[in-house]
Design a protein around this ligand. Structure first.
Ligand SMILES: Cc1cc2nc3c(=O)[nH]c(=O)nc-3n(C[C@H](O)[C@H](O)[C@H](O)COP(=O)(O)OP(=O)(O)OC[C@H]3O[C@@H](n4cnc5c(N)ncnc54)[C@H](O)[C@@H]3O)c2cc1C
Length: 512
């Protein structure tokens, strides 16, 4: 299926811009801020501007602190990525890190400082030194609120909230804009260049730290248009979400808590990470999640504990005000009690294949942020490298757009999609989404088995078959179709990788 909707381009209301950016997370906003003011930009978000994964980021944003740190930071990044990283892109990430984090400060973002007023760098898992900038434990909120203010000052940028990108419009392998759904109905946002900055896909899993907007739309949109996706089997699971079986929403306990000395303990109270890795609780995420998953099987439990009780209460309250308050609201005083935690879906290392300027294999179509696969993260992302990737490559996308936009002539083409849609019953889309989320949690989680993956693929293919000509009645239905498309890709990629690597961990079938 090339498009999710029936439409005739010539009959649609048309909005004309130089650049259309789908997504208002760090990647979308920073791209817009770095594009020349002479270009008319449309920035769109399917929800409010703030409803993003970026807003939820707690820990911080990594940067090379000085020239001497570049080689060490690079080594930490590729070691965490199990050396599956794109070497050139990883070097770019680190070389451009300081300049871009400085630009964030120039834009007004306030990072925590020490008593002398110097930036206070902190440490997280897999980093061999302190190099993470942070705003208490709500770094993403500070970033989004500040970038949003700067965007509001730009006369060349129009922001459309509650506007859903259904598909990118293409002709002869060239992108000419986006098919969008607003309250008013379908429209075409025509552009010379288009940037997909739609973030991750966490909502395809039953348990995720991700925002409700993270349903993998951009990945499915790109795939339908013929853009290449890469490394989709590498899904990151965060080791420490607050365990609370009574609640559907997931609250993250930032890795920075372990950075400040918190220790993972099993139900016997043992600090079990000593058994699994020399860096113990600060080992890379894939290692910690896998170790917890193994410990849960050994102990036949659903969660382990995170212990920060040895730190002073005032320090904890000052350093982690949100985490402290949130846990207290749920009846846990983290300065006195262990925090029950379990691993949940958190991030996707794979995505739309781009080069170091964010170019996809479709002309005039770019991707930036979590939705893109520059290859910097390899098989497992190093903590706090995601915001940095969004920042560094958004700037490079903007640079490329500034350079090519004057040379692009608009194409006046006829595009038409005539679907023979099948009416579905009211609940069928909802049921399909729930089924997908269950299947991904059960069979495509941390410890994967070939048989489980095959079972999952069979189920997804059946769902796909059922919805092959389904009539989508709105945003929730388009989203379901996107979820079906990308889960099939994740599972197929996982089945193709027959040996464990980084976050893709295969275990023997007989343990099932
Ligand atoms: C709880 C949590 C904590 C995290 N902590 C950290 C951290 O400390 N450090 C770090 O580096 N990383 C962290 N991460 C990861 C990081 O926050 C994300 O990877 C990053 O912010 C993604 O940014 P983005 O701009 O690519 O996407 P997002 O910030 O997710 O923005 C996506 C945008 O795309 C829009 N969109 C999606 N689909 C459509 C559509 N069909 N039509 C229109 N708009 C659409 C959304 O509305 C949204 O505006 C964390 C993630 C989570 C969930």
């Amino acid at each position: 299926m090339r498009y999710l909707e029936k439409f005739k381009l010539e009959d649609l209301r048309k909005l004309k811009y130089d650049v259309v950016i789908i997504g208002t997370g760090i990647a979308g906003l920073y791209t817009a801020l770095c594009i020349d003011e002479r270009y008319k930009i449309l920035l769109m978000s399917k929800d409010t501007i703030e409803t993003t994964n970026t807003y939820l980021a707690q820990g911080g944003i990594a940067t090379a602190v000085d020239n001497n740190d570049k080689d060490i930071f690079y080594e930490d990044t590729v070691k965490a990525g199990t050396y599956h990283n794109d070497i050139i892109a990883a070097k770019v990430l680190i070389d451009d890190s300081f300049e871009n984090t400085q630009q964030l400060i120039n834009l007004g973002i306030s990072f925590d400082t020490d008593e002398e007023g110097n930036i206070e760098y902190i440490k997280e898992g897999g980093h061999s030194r302190k190099r993470i900038l942070h705003s208490k434990d709500a770094t993403g909120r500070e970033i989004i609120e500040t970038l949003d203010k700067r965007i509001n000052e730009k006369k060349n940028v129009t922001v459309l909230e509650n506007t859903y990108a259904i598909d990118v419009l293409t002709t002869e392998n060239t992108c000419i804009g986006v098919l969008i759904k607003e309250d008013k109905g379908l429209s075409a946002a025509l552009s010379k260049t288009t940037v997909i900055a739609t973030g991750g896909l966490g909502q395809v899993y039953k348990q995720t730290t991700n925002s409700r907007v993270a349903t993998g739309d951009g990945l499915a949109i790109a795939h339908r248009a013929g853009a290449k996706l890469l490394d989709m089997e590498f899904v990151q699971f965060h080791p420490t979400a607050l365990y609370d079986p009574k609640r559907e929403d997931v609250f993250l306990i930032s890795e920075a808590v372990r950075g400040e000395g918190a220790i993972l303990r099993n139900h016997k109270g043992e600090p079990f990470m000593t058994k699994y890795h020399e860096l113990r609780d600060l080992a890379p995420r894939d290692v910690v999640s896998k170790s917890i998953a193994t410990e849960l099987i050994i102990e036949k439990q659903e969660h382990v504990f995170l212990d920060i009780t040895h730190r002073d209460k005032d320090f904890i309250k000052k350093r982690f005000p949100n985490i402290f308050t949130h846990c207290l609201e749920r009846g846990i005083d983290i300065s006195k009690e262990y925090i029950p935690v379990n691993p949940v879906q958190h991030y996707i290392m794979g995505g739309i294949r781009t080069d170091t300027s964010g170019r996809t294999n479709i002309n005039n179509l770019f991707a930036a942020g979590e939705v893109a696969c520059t290859g910097v993260h390899g098989a497992n992302r190093l903590a706090s490298n995601s915001l940095l990737e969004g920042l560094v490559f958004a700037k490079r996308v903007a640079k490329e757009i500034n350079c090519i936009t004057p040379k692009i002539k608009r194409k006046h083409v006829k595009i038409e999609c005539d679907l023979k849609n099948k009416e579905m019953k009211d609940d069928e889309f909802v049921e399909a989404r729930e089924k997908i989320r269950e299947v991904m949690k059960k069979h495509v989680f941390i410890l994967r088995k070939e048989k489980g993956l095959q079972k999952a693929l069979k189920i997804i293919k059946k769902v796909k078959q059922k919805f092959s000509n389904a009539k989508s009645r709105g945003v929730e239905d388009y989203t379901t179709m996107n979820m079906i498309a990308i889960t099939e890709i994740i599972i197929e990629s996982a089945l193709k990788r027959t040996k464990s690597l980084g976050a893709h961990v295969l275990v023997a079938n007989k343990k099932e």
